[in-house]
Design a protein. Structure first.
Lengths: 112, 115
């Protein structure tokens, strides 16, 4: 049970911002929100994660709703290389196993 | 650093054959994981290990075995291959899963076909 809900697919134009939504309405207090992406024919790669506050790194920004029941991954200027499957994952911060539960993710298509 | 490496990249097996998928990491990570990914689906955890000599089942362990004799290596064994095991297999590793900094590093995958 992935416990997150994402749209199956989204489209974007190159060099425009992209907002990828994720619903996690049953999130618990120790759950972090992690995002990974999987480029075609590659293994997943870490993108960003957060608990309560909005987070920024060189790849993306993560906006977490005040009630923590949803979040949005923001790619500020999409490039063709950003075409991938994006996975939103609830990670139990109290876990000592590090297990990640992947859902089906959102397939992002970037048009030139 | 090579990161997480997997061999072979591709393999075709006949039903009933056995094989071992190799995974190695050079980042001195204690934690290692095996996932499978069926077409159009997300990854499912097969087995994981929190250190040398310690392994545990994930979501879909049936038909597979693992061992962890060293920190670096985490091989996955298929004893009697079945068509249902046709999939792409990913190995991953990580440091201690501290909540504030946790990140898994994935290998490039092994594409396995059982016919």
């Amino acid at each position: 049970d992935a416990k997150t809900t994402q749209p199956n697919s989204m489209e974007s134009n190159e060099e425009e911002p992209v907002h990828l939504p994720c619903n996690h309405s049953t999130i618990s207090g120790t759950d972090y929100i992690h995002w990974y992406r999987q480029l075609p024919s590659q293994g997943p790669e870490y993108v960003i994660h957060g608990l309560t506050s909005n987070v920024n790194n060189r790849m993306a920004s993560l906006a977490i709703a005040e009630d923590r029941k949803s979040s949005t991954l923001i790619l500020h200027r999409a490039t063709l290389r950003d075409a991938a499957v994006y996975y939103c994952i609830r990670y139990d911060g109290s876990s000592n196993t590090g297990k990640l539960i992947f859902g089906q993710g959102t397939t992002l298509q970037v048009k030139p | 650093n090579a990161g997480v490496t997997q061999t072979p990249k591709f393999r075709i097996l006949k039903i009933g054959q056995s094989m071992t998928l190799q995974c190695a990491q050079d980042m001195n990570h204690n934690y290692m994981y095996w996932y499978r990914q069926d077409p159009g689906m997300g990854l499912k955890l097969i087995y994981y290990s929190v250190g040398a000599g310690i392994t545990d089942k994930g979501e879909v362990p049936n038909g597979y075995n693992v061992s962890r004799s060293t920190t670096e290596d985490f091989p996955l064994r298929l004893e009697l291959a079945a068509p249902s095991q046709t999939s792409v297999y990913f190995c991953a590793s990580s440091y201690l899963p501290l909540a504030g900094t946790y990140e898994q590093y994935f290998g490039p995958g092994t594409r396995l076909t059982v016919t």
